[in-house]
Design a protein around this ligand. Structure first.
Ligand SMILES: [Ca+2]
Ligand SMILES: [Ca+2]
Ligand SMILES: [Ca+2]
Length: 346
């Protein structure tokens, strides 16, 4: 028995040393920020590189779980995939990709001479929604996660943009100006039964469904400047949850539904903020003088992936991850500032 116990301890020790030594090397801290004006990605003038991004270890980690057993159990934990867009300045606009959670192993999903924007995973992982002007104006599309089966869901001369999914993956909520100004619409995930759920003379947009399926958060300038609002999924009970004079944009529900991340620019550049889902307890979690934008949650709710211009010039983004208290901010893409970001993590 003593020999068996000694061998077991030896195996655990060897595994521990091996796992420690094989850990991913964290990317060096980003260089000091370049102050820049806030802007939409469309204003980028950086010429993209045609080089492929560097590869690095894949997006999985091994965890050893042997607190009581004498035999170590090694399991592989899937950290998920990030869908994103890259190459805003390329001819026609950005194209869509997925990568591992650490930014490695890019797979290109779309390849055409028009722009494909803002990919969003369906919660069941079977589809990615996005919008594209490939047919002359912005329409909502869905595709399989390998880029196949690209299907147009809207068909009208207006701009149909910013699709996100219901928790059951059966419905898509989006922004359209088909009735005059930007308002929020819902449709089934096959494009049927398109119907408007907000009706305001000021623009509403960027809707995101709560994980419990009951509510939708969105942004609106109806009270003078962009604020975050929440409503019931049928458009009723609309209430404002931010009251800041700056631009509060792009709400993102945490997987447990308790928090909403968003971006705001009280100091002249955007930072990522967190608040409770009722708008209380707002806190800033990035402090970089560059623009930090488009927060999205990891599937386990432990991390946020976002865009930042901190290592590029002008309005050009790369992607970064951090803990939800802002710790361990790590650059995960190195596309030579090819304007890479607007992530969706599943
Ligand atoms: Ca359209
Ligand atoms: Ca505001
Ligand atoms: Ca910032």
């Amino acid at each position: 028995m003593a020999l068996a116990r000694f061998i077991t301890i030896l195996v655990v020790f060897i595994l521990s040393v091996g796992l420690y030594n094989s850990g991913c090397s964290p990317t060096a801290n980003p260089t000091p920020p370049n102050p820049s004006a806030s802007s939409t990605p469309q204003n980028s003038t950086i010429v993209p590189s045609t080089k492929s991004p560097p590869s690095s270890p894949n997006g999985t980690v091994e965890k050893t779980q042997s607190p009581t057993n004498t035999t170590p159990v090694v399991t592989t934990v899937n950290l998920g995939k990030i869908a994103f867009m890259s190459g805003v300045a390329a001819k026609g606009g950005p194209q869509l990709y997925i990568c591992d959670a650490n930014g490695a192993n890019w797979v290109r999903l779309t390849n055409n001479s028009h722009g494909d924007w803002f990919p969003k995973w369906s919660p069941d992982g079977k589809k990615i929604a996005f919008y594209s002007d490939r047919d002359g104006n912005y329409e909502i599309y869905i595709m399989d996660p390998d880029g196949s089966a690209q299907t147009k869901l809207t068909n009208n001369p207006a701009n149909d943009v910013l699709p996100t999914w219901s928790p059951d993956s059966k419905s898509i909520v989006f922004t359209s100006n088909r009735d005059g100004n930007e308002q929020i619409y819902i449709m089934n995930s096959d494009g049927s039964d398109q119907r408007r759920i907000t009706n305001h003379s000021k623009d509403d947009g960027a809707p995101v469904w709560s994980p419990d399926g009951n509510s939708i958060a969105f942004q609106s300038n109806r009270d003078g400047n962009p604020e975050i609002y929440v409503m019931d999924k049928d458009g009723s009970n609309q209430r404002r949850i931010t009251t800041n004079p700056q631009n509060d944009l792009y709400p993102a529900w945490s997987p447990d539904g308790k928090k909403i991340a968003f971006q705001s620019n009280p100091n002249g550049n955007f930072d990522i903020y967190l608040m409770n889902a009722d708008g209380t307890n707002q806190s800033k979690i990035t402090t970089n003088n560059s623009d930090d934008k488009y927060p999205a949650w990891s599937p386990d709710g432990d991390k946020i992936v976002f865009d930042s211009t901190r290592d590029c010039t002008g309005t050009v983004d790369e992607m970064y991850t951090m803990g939800i208290d802002g710790n361990n901010q790590t650059r995960i893409t190195h596309s030579e500032c090819n304007d890479t970001g607007v992530p969706s993590w599943r």
